[in-house]
Ligand binder design. Structure first.
Ligand code: ZN
Length: 136
């Protein structure tokens, strides 16, 4: 496992446009991209903060994981994402150590990243994403 930096922090929101306003008008950050990730039933908005991004996540489906998260816990921090230099190798290491994974193989995420989630039960209650640049 070779984590290079915190790639982004994922924040679940009810309304993407309203939340973007807070980040732009109050925090003076600039949304540089809005992207729909059909695979995960979300629309995402990205803000660059140094090397790290804030990723706002709005559900496009009332049964999707972000909807369920908000129903259960309200809006707020949803996951933390670490950039790794070799995602496949990192997942192999985790499997060898018996760590519970949501994704046993890399899958495409936003911004042409390959991503995989570690189960929050295996990570102290934090939904943990590993990501790597480039398409599968
Ligand atoms: Zn993410």
């Amino acid at each position: 496992m070779n984590i290079t930096h915190i790639e982004h922090i994922g924040i679940a929101v009810k309304n993407l446009e309203e939340s973007i306003k807070f980040y732009e008008e109050i925090l003076a950050l600039k949304c540089y991209e809005i992207e729909e990730v059909k695979d995960q039933n979300v629309r995402t908005a990205f803000f660059l903060v140094g090397q790290t991004k804030v990723e706002l996540l709005e559900s496009t489906d009332s049964e999707g994981p972000i909807s369920k998260f908000i129903q259960k816990r309200g809006e707020g921090i949803h996951h933390i994402a670490y950039a790794v230099s070799d995602l496949t190798q990192s997942l192999d290491e985790l499997k060898q150590k018996g760590i519970q994974l949501i994704d046993s193989e890399p899958r495409p995420g936003a911004e042409r990243m390959n991503i995989a989630f570690i189960h929050p039960k295996a990570a102290g209650g934090v939904l943990t994403e590993l990501c790597e640049d480039g398409e599968i």
